[in-house]
Design a protein around this ligand. Structure first.
Ligand SMILES: [Zn+2]
Length: 373
């Protein structure tokens, strides 16, 4: 998602990005209005797009700010032609404490409530400031009537997002309610199934009414629900797998007294990219193949001791994969030594994590299929 979007500034410290497909929508609206009428109408069309996306940004900011207050930082907001997405950094969230469902409901509900609030406030202001303001006149949302569109676009955005169709906000509230009685994966799967029903309904009604916008929303909903389910499974694997299940136990170590040339020689005979440096039974540092090469190139042959990285994180073998990922990411590390009562018992590297994640997912699938038959 990141690679297809461009940064568009920050609001309250939260990065706003615009997805490239969004510009197709702008060109589409411009072309549509320009082909039929004058350029003032085209400008009004863009004004309508501005109103809608301004409302979408405020909706997403609602999610992001409440999430931040609840301890789940937002990585950013991405604007898509069908709406916005707030990407939360759930790895940073405090692990489930039994009240997470309340937090999830607050985060999900705030977005639609922001829109309903804007609709309410702007109605009050318009009715008191603009004489004979016709709130109920058709068409409710149209580029020719920008003020009325401001009210109704927000009513639509609020109500539409409250539909219990996961991963829309109403569906997220539903999922949070399910998660009181079942584990998070089951809750997600149940919400996803309901979301799929809505997605299919949208597509069917859209086809019957030749409303291609509705068909597209249904299609996106279907795909999004699928993706959410997968990421929920991924997160649960991260939380439930202990490091001792996936760490490499057969690995090479270096000594601080090794020369870099010796170290390179050892490195040639293994697939490992990163090495723990051990003196006796003590971990004293880590060094990568690349670092050995760089040091040899710039300073000639020296000792591992001088080139190794003394700042490293260790993990205990009972820690979860999620915690290892956090440590790797937080310090931009590529290796974490795993210790048991101060003794080095294994290593976790980025390379081997990616591998073991794929294997674990497969083995769980096999086990599940085995149970089903
Ligand atoms: Zn929302």
């Amino acid at each position: 998602m990141r690679s297809w979007s461009i940064p568009a500034g920050r609001l309250f410290g939260i990065e706003i990005r615009i997805h490239l497909t969004f510009f197709f929508l702008l060109m589409f609206v411009w072309g549509l209005e320009k082909g039929t009428q004058d350029s003032a109408a085209a400008l009004r069309g863009l004004g309508l797009v501005g109103i809608i996306f301004g409302s979408v940004i405020l909706h997403e900011l609602g999610h992001a700010l409440v999430a931040r207050r609840e301890g789940v930082p937002a990585k950013g907001i991405v604007l898509l032609p069908i709406g916005g997405v707030t990407i939360l950094d759930e790895a940073q969230a405090i692990p489930d404490s039994g009240t997470a469902w309340k937090r999830d409901i607050r985060i999900a509900a705030t977005g639609p409530l922001v829109n309903l609030f804007i609709a309410g406030i702007s109605t009050l202001v318009l009715l008191s400031v603009v004489p004979h303001f016709q709130l109920w006149k058709q068409p409710l949302v149209h580029s020719g009537y920008l003020l009325r569109s401001l009210v109704w676009a927000n009513v639509y955005l609020g109500l539409f997002n409250l539909l219990p169709a996961y991963p829309m906000d109403g569906g997220r509230v539903l999922r949070a309610l399910f998660s009181r009685q079942m584990d998070p994966i089951q809750a997600t799967q149940r919400a996803v199934r309901i979301g799929h029903v809505f997605a299919i309904l949208f597509m069917m009604v859209g086809i019957l009414m030749s409303n291609w916008w509705l068909v597209m929303i249904g299609f996106f909903l279907f795909v999004a629900a699928q993706l959410e389910e997968r990421s929920a499974v991924f997160h649960s694997v991260l939380q439930s797998v202990r490091l001792e299940e996936v760490m490499l136990t057969d690995f090479a170590t270096l000594s601080p007294a090794d020369t870099l040339e010796d170290a390179l020689d050892k490195a040639v005979h293994t697939l490992q990219d990163d090495f723990p440096v051990v003196r006796g039974s003590d971990m004293v540092g880590v060094i990568s193949k690349q670092k050995i090469l760089d040091a040899l190139r710039s300073d000639g042959n020296g000792y591992v001791q001088a080139a190794m990285n003394r700042l490293f994180e260790v993990a205990s073998k009972q820690e979860s994969l999620a915690s290892a990922f956090r440590k790797l990411a937080a310090r931009n590390l590529s290796i974490i030594p795993v210790v048991d009562e101060q003794r080095l018992v294994g290593i976790i590297t980025l390379q081997n994590l990616m591998h073991s994640m794929a294997l674990l997912a497969e083995s769980r699938k096999l086990r599940k299929e085995g149970l089903d038959t």
